[in-house]
Design a protein around this ligand. Structure first.
Ligand code: FES
Length: 347
C-alpha cells in the first residue's frame, strides 16, 4: 500500500510505501530531507507533521520525546505512515548533486593523536577524487560486516587525502584492526560522501560548533573550509572531552584563534585530572555553550558527537530559544555494541 507525502516547505510530493520510513522513500525519489544517523538517535531528521499521522515500529525513537511527539514533531528516518501526510521540513539542496562513489583506497599514513585516537590518511587512485561537502562522512566497507562510518576531517579544497579520526572502541572489530594490525599501504574500500551534516553557507548567522571527542573531526573540516573560503561570520568552536589527554589536536584551534579574528575556541573538560591543573571550562560542553549563549535564537548550531550528548544538546538549546531548523547534528555511537548497528557513526 502506498501513500502520498507533501512537504509544505518545498511543495515537493513523493510516494511512501507502508513498509518503509518516510526518509527512505524521500531519498529514493531524490528528495533530500536532512538526516544524520538514520537510527532515531540524533534528531537531525526532525520535522513537523502538518496533517495526517505517523507511527513508529515499537516505542518512540530515542531522539523524540513524548512532548515533541505530542507537539506534532516527527523523526522521519523512523516514521511510517498509513495514510497521506503533509509535513514541514527544510530540504537539503547542496548534497543532491554529488555522486556517491564506491572506491578503493590505500592507507597512506597512520598517526597517533592521543592515547586512544588515530588519524588515518587515505589515498585514492590517481584518477579519482572524492568530491564532498565539509562535514560529510564516508563508510569503510568491511567484508561480511556492516560498513563503518567515519567523518571526513579535511576540507574539500585539501582533497589529496581523506583524513579520518578514529577512536579506539574496546571490542570493536574495525577499530581493533586499525589500532593493532593495520599497516600503512593497507587497501580499503570506501563509499561516500554521505550525510547532510555540512556548513550551510546561505546563512549570515553566527555559528556555534560543538564537538564531543572525535566529533571534532567534521567540525575541523568545516572550519578549514570556512577559513579557506573567507567566511566572515563569527565561528565559535566548543570541544568537549573528559580530561586534558583527550584534547587531541588542541594546538590547531589555538593557531586558528591567532589567525582569524572571527574565530573563538573553548575547550571543556568534564572530568579533569588533578595533574591537568585545568583552569578552563569544566562540566558538560552543552552547559558551557548556554552559559556563554543563554539566548540562541540568532545562532546556527552544528553538533557532532555521541547520540546522548547530541540529544541532550538539542533539548537544552531549544529551551534556550534555538530555532530548530538551525540545528544541525551528526550523532555517532561510542559503544562497541554500536559497531553492529547499521548507520551509527563510529569514533
Ligand atoms: S534521528 Fe533520524 S537521522 Fe538521526
Amino acid at each position: 500500500m502506498s501513500y502520498q507525502v507533501t512537504n509544505r516547505s518545498s511543495g515537493h510530493t513523493f510516494t511512501v510505501e507502508s513498509t518503509e520510513a518516510v526518509l527512505d522513500a524521500a531519498l529514493r525519489q531524490g528528495i533530500i530531507l536532512p538526516y544524520g544517523c538514520r537510527n532515531g538517535a540524533c534528531g537531525s531528521c526532525m520535522g513537523t507533521v502538518v496533517s495526517g499521522a505517523v507511527h513508529y515500529n515499537g516505542e518512540l525513537p530515542p531522539a523524540l520525546s513524548a512532548a515533541d511527539a505530542a507537539n506534532h514533531k516527527a523523526l522521519f528516518c523512523q516514521a511510517r505512515i498509513r495514510g497521506n501526510l503533509t509535513i514541514q521540513v527544510q530540504e537539503v539542496d547542496a548534497a543532491r548533486d554529488i555522486e556517491i562513489k564506491n572506491l578503493p583506497c590505500r592507507v597512506e599514513k597512520l598517526e597517533h593523536l592521543a592515547h586512544d585516537i588515530i588519524r588515518i590518511y587515505l589515498r585514492l587512485p590517481p584518477t579519482e577524487r572524492l568530491q564532498f561537502l565539509a562535514g560529510q562522512y564516508i563508510e569503510v566497507l568491511v567484508k561480511d560486516h556492516e560498513p563503518r562510518a567515519f567523518s571526513i576531517a579535511n576540507a574539500p579544497y585539501d582533497d589529496e587525502f581523506v583524513e579520518l579520526h578514529i577512536r579506539y572502541v574496546k571490542g570493536g572489530l574495525f577499530t581493533d584492526q586499525v589500532f593493532h594490525h593495520m599497516q600503512e599501504k593497507a587497501m580499503l574500500r570506501i563509499r561516500g560522501p554521505l550525510g547532510t551534516f555540512f556548513l550551510r553557507e546561505d546563512s549570515e548567522r553566527p555559528v556555534i560548533l560543538i564537538g564531543g571527542g572525535t566529533g571534532f573531526a567534521p567540525l575541523k573540516g568545516m572550519l578549514e573550509h570556512a577559513f579557506e573560503t573567507d567566511i566572515r561570520r563569527p565561528l565559535h568552536l566548543f570541544h568537549g572531552v573528559r580530561a586534558k589527554r583527550d584534547l587531541y589536536l588542541g594546538e590547531l584551534p589555538g593557531r586558528w584563534v591567532a589567525q582569524h579574528e572571527n574565530f573563538r575556541y573553548t575547550p571543556v573538560l568534564s572530568e579533569p585530572l588533578p595533574a591537568d591543573e585545568w583552569s578552563g571550562e569544566q562540566g558538560l560542553v552543552t552547559d558551557s555553550v548556554v552559559r556563554q549563549y543563554p539566548d540562541l535564537s540568532g545562532n546556527d548550531v552544528y553538533m557532532s558527537g555521541p547520540p546522548v550528548m547530541v540529544q541532550a544538546g538539542h533539548r537544552l538549546f531549544r529551551r534556550h530559544r534555538l530555532d530548530e531548523s538551525r540545528f544541525f547534528s551528526d550523532a555517532f555511537a561510542y559503544a562497541a555494541v554500536a559497531e553492529s548497528l547499521k548507520g551509527l557513526r563510529q569514533p
